[in-house]
Design a protein around this ligand. Structure first.
Ligand SMILES: [Zn+2]
Length: 233
């Protein structure tokens, strides 16, 4: 694939094109942002893998722990970061999204420099494609049980305060929460978690997105962030 002569879509990004990309299917344009961690030893190793034709993976952007920003795939093109899964009943998330990889092993907090660059990048993407806060998800949201990134150390509340991610609702869960797995499933489905997984995997995915500090069986607090219908588009 010839390098995109336009260079990066976002100011300050280093253009480092990946061959692992193609056209979005069915005329789709980005309406989601999917956040990932690389789980690799440093940004340089991740950059090489995301541009290696043998690996057959890519993302639009990679942000190093020091805040260095690379763009590998043009925003209008389809990068290969999401894989199997679904969100709000929609599959082929790669055709519907912009993928951002964060240089982080998943076992420690994300650096301030990295978060600042991520927020600036997200502001730009959300303006360029009219993406709503509800359209910002984690890889673990659309591929529960298979993927766990951006993981329990990612600060979703920080993004939500800046309208860069949806705030959870503030409803109260039923007092007999542990006996209401079907109600939880229905609410989670309405909130976008439609991938077909068992109860404990679903609970884990919802907690990763909203309240990763919660442990143990289903409890009233697990219900509180749910309650907004699938409406990202
Ligand atoms: Zn991922």
């Amino acid at each position: 694939m010839a390098p995109d002569p336009r260079g990066p879509d976002h100011p300050g990004a280093s253009w480092h094109p990946s061959p692992n990309s193609g056209s979005r299917r069915d005329g789709l344009t980005p309406s989601l942002i999917v956040l990932h961690y690389t789980a690799m030893d440093g940004a340089q190793a991740a950059l090489e893998r995301l541009c290696d034709p043998v690996a057959e993976v890519s993302a639009h952007y990679l942000i190093g722990a020091d805040g260095t920003l690379w763009q590998m795939v043009a925003e209008e093109s389809r990068a290969w970061h999401a894989g199997a899964g679904e969100w709000c009943g929609q599959a082929d998330i790669n055709s519907r999204s912009i993928g951002i990889e964060l240089d982080n092993r998943g076992t420690h907090p994300f650096s301030a420099a990295q978060m600042a660059v991520l927020e600036d990048l997200m502001h730009g993407i959300m303006q360029r494609w009219s993406i709503a806060p509800a359209g910002v998800i984690g890889h673990s949201c659309m591929a529960p049980g298979r993927k766990f990134d951006p993981g329990p150390h990612f600060d979703w509340q920080r993004l939500a305060r800046q309208k860069l991610a949806a705030e959870g609702g503030h409803g109260e869960g039923p007092q007999n929460a542990s006996k209401q797995p079907q109600l939880f499933r229905n609410l989670a489905r309405d909130a976008g978690f439609t991938a077909d997984v068992d109860d404990s995997t679903l609970l884990q995915a919802v907690r990763l997105r909203y309240q990763p500090w919660l442990k143990g069986p289903l409890q009233p607090a697990d219900f509180s962030p749910l309650g907004t219908a699938c409406s990202w588009t």
